[in-house]
Write a protein that binds this ligand. Structure first.
Ligand SMILES: [Zn+2]
Length: 116
């Protein structure tokens, strides 16, 4: 990976990355993608920024629309009830911590009878 190679050489050899040894415009010294010629580190930073923005928007949406989010979650559960149940059963068998948490959690019926 640290072999210095121009883009045309990498292209000719069909390599996914190439390495010039020269800093990119943001000062990273590292591999570049042959396809886009862009710096791998720059792409990663751009993606992280974009993902952060998407996550922030999702959090804001959930805060602003709690009813819609609850309804969507409920709809998803109704549509995937079987698969979710199977997954939880498998986890219950495999994961001792999860099992302990489930056993320690009061059931809905029990919680209802605890009410005054
Ligand atoms: Zn860069």
């Amino acid at each position: 990976m640290t072999e210095i190679m121009g883009w045309s050489m990498a292209e000719a050899r069909g390599l996914k990355f190439y390495y010039t040894g020269k800093p990119c415009r943001r000062g990273h010294i590292g591999p570049r993608y042959t396809k886009s010629r862009s710096c791998v580190k720059c792409e990663q930073e751009t993606n992280a920024t974009k993902m952060g923005a998407i996550a922030e928007r999702a959090v804001a949406y959930k805060k602003a629309n709690p009813d819609k989010v609850r309804a969507a979650r409920h709809r998803y559960y109704e549509e995937n009830r079987e698969a979710i149940s199977e997954k939880n059963k498998a986890r219950y068998i495999k994961d001792p911590e999860y099992r302990a948490r489930q056993l320690g959690r009061p059931s809905k019926e029990k919680a209802a009878t605890d009410l005054p």
